[in-house]
Design a protein around this ligand. Structure first.
Ligand code: HEM
Length: 128
């Protein structure tokens, strides 16, 4: 298994939340000031997923890890967005070649329509 330091370089953030350039976790790092990726590698997950810190991708992530105990374990990555192209698809394309990819084996996936709470959406949908 990679050391914690190596894992942090692959993700692009310290486990305790601080950014690799020392920026506190609640603040935004300045990736532009690190054009060669000396602090935060250019192929790290957070740098590729959200390179523009003032304009983060329009998606909300919620992942679930699972372990069935028979060797089948992994992560169910899910995210919510209004627009799949602007959300998931843009980020997924940017993540091609990230250093995390050697640990990721995608086995399946799907897109699901999630209606907002209440009944109003059905009528609006049928009218459009
Ligand atoms: C095995 C798969 C994945 C793992 C283990 C993983 C893990 C992580 C971790 C640890 C973070 C940092 C969380 C934080 O800083 O609070 C993160 C951030 C993020 N991930 Fe993933 N992720 C995975 C897949 C994906 C996929 C498939 C996408 C979208 C296509 C994605 C999009 C993002 C985004 C947008 C961020 C936030 C970046 C930011 O705030 O700058 N991730 N991920």
């Amino acid at each position: 298994m990679d050391s914690v330091g190596e894992q942090e370089l692959i993700i692009g953030r310290r486990r305790e939340g601080r950014w690799l350039d020392g920026t506190p976790g609640q603040e935004q790092p300045n990736f532009a000031a690190d054009p060669h990726g000396r602090a935060t590698p250019l192929d790290s997950h957070v740098r590729l997923a959200g390179p523009e810190r003032r304009n983060l991708p329009p998606l909300v992530r919620r992942s679930y890890r699972y372990d069935k105990g028979d060797g089948d374990s992994g992560l169910i990555f899910s995210c919510f967005q209004r627009d799949l192209v602007q959300g998931f698809e843009t980020v997924q394309r940017r993540l091609e070649g990230e250093s995390l990819s050697m640990y990721v084996l995608t086995t399946s996936g799907g897109y699901f329509f999630v209606p907002p709470p209440g009944d109003g959406w059905a009528e609006a949908f049928l009218r459009s």
